[in-house]
Structures are given as structure tokens and as C-alpha cells.
Design a protein around this ligand. Sequence first.
Ligand SMILES: Nc1ncnc2c1ncn2[C@@H]1O[C@H](COP(=O)(O)OP(=O)(O)OP(=O)(O)O)[C@@H](O)[C@H]1O
Ligand SMILES: NC(=O)c1ccc[n+]([C@@H]2O[C@H](COP(=O)(O)O)[C@@H](O)[C@H]2O)c1
Length: 177
Amino acid sequence: MNKVRGIFIGRMQPVHNGHMQIIDKILEEVDEIIIGIGSAQLSHSLKNPFTAGERVVMLNQALAERGVDPSRYYIIPMQDINFNALWVSHVKMLTPPFSIIYSGNQLVKQLFSEEGFEVRQPPLYDRLRLSGTEVRTRMIEGGNWEELVPNATINLINEINGDERIKNLSIREISEI
Ligand SMILES: Nc1ncnc2c1ncn2[C@@H]1O[C@H](COP(=O)(O)OP(=O)(O)OP(=O)(O)O)[C@@H](O)[C@H]1O
Ligand SMILES: NC(=O)c1ccc[n+]([C@@H]2O[C@H](COP(=O)(O)O)[C@@H](O)[C@H]2O)c1
């Protein structure tokens, strides 16, 4: 029998506990999950501080920490392209075949639904706290960002001195306004 595959795409700047909960939920519904690391070309900005490779490590280690069977997921960085009408084909070119897209993003849902994919809207877990924006804001302001992310994210951010990177970016970007 063919495997049922679902895809979930997010920028993961950084990987947080909301991502991990939604991945658990998706894995209850499909045989394999494709996790797309969106806007892979972006890094070193306040909204997108981490490189695609750094985000791959966070996610890979976080899934290992959670005991997720490595044969059930693919992690695939995907660059943005300037053509929304071609984006679904671009994603398909990069990924194993899939039939279901999980997203809360209106544009993503519309583009995949127009191409005939089944779109599922995942629930949002503790959204006031669990968002990349909240994690980055706490990092800049010196708050407790660690409680919002898996250990793997903390380890990678410590390894690359990510805390300092984001604080430096915030000084630079504010001084450039
Ligand atoms: N708390 C959450 N619970 C469940 N799913 C989430 C949560 N936060 C984000 N997602 C899912 O992750 C995808 C977006 O990934 P992304 O990395 O951009 O997250 P984000 O936290 O919204 O980021 P940012 O705040 O940096 O814009 C969406 O499809 C969304 O449904
Ligand atoms: N034309 C394009 O390249 C295109 C279109 C829609 C979404 N995307 C990307 O998909 C990802 C969606 O994730 P979010 O739900 O976090 O916004 C983002 O990285 C976004 O840039 C790219």
C-alpha cells in the first residue's frame, strides 16, 4: 500500500514547542511527514535570524529528543521564489510525493488547494506564547525564551552564540531605521 504523506512548512525561526506539538499531531494522521523549512535563503535578520542549516539541526535533534522514528520524516529546506503561481510546483520538485498539506497560512492554503491538494488546518497550541515572534522578542529583551523551545533549540542557539547574534541584529536594525 502507498504511504500517506503530509507536508508541513514553516520558517522555524527558531523551532519551538508549538512546531513540535503540531508535528506529533500530524504523525498521528499520516505515515510520513515532510517538514519544509521555509524561506531557507534568509538568515541574519531580526525576523529570520537563523540559517537553514541551523534550523535543520534544531529540528533534527528535537525530533530525536522526542523519540520520533527517523524513517517517518524528511526535513527539506526550501527557498522562496518570486512566483506564487509556481510555488507549489517548486515545493513538489523538492519533496517526496504527498497528498495533504497542513498549514495555518492563508496564502499557502489557497495555493495548494487550487492545485487540488487536501488542506488541513492544524490546531494552534498556546499561541500567545508559542510563536517564533515571541521567542525572538524574549531573546532580545532577555526574557525566558528557553521555556518555549525544545532542548535541541537551546543547544544549537548556545553553540552558535545565537543569543548574541539576535541582540546584535536588533541594535543594527534599530540604528538603521
Ligand atoms: N503554537 C503553534 N501551534 C501549532 N502550530 C503552530 C504554532 N505556531 C506555529 N504553528 C504552525 O507553524 C507554521 C508556521 O511556522 P512558523 O515557523 O512561521 O511559525 P510562527 O511561530 O508563526 O513564526 P513567526 O512568529 O516567526 O512568524 C504554521 O502553519 C502554523 O500553523
Ligand atoms: N512564492 C513563494 O516563495 C512562497 C509562497 C507562499 C509561502 N512561501 C513560504 O512558505 C513558508 C510558509 O510558512 P509560514 O506559514 O510560516 O508563513 C514561508 O517560508 C513562506 O515564505 C513561499
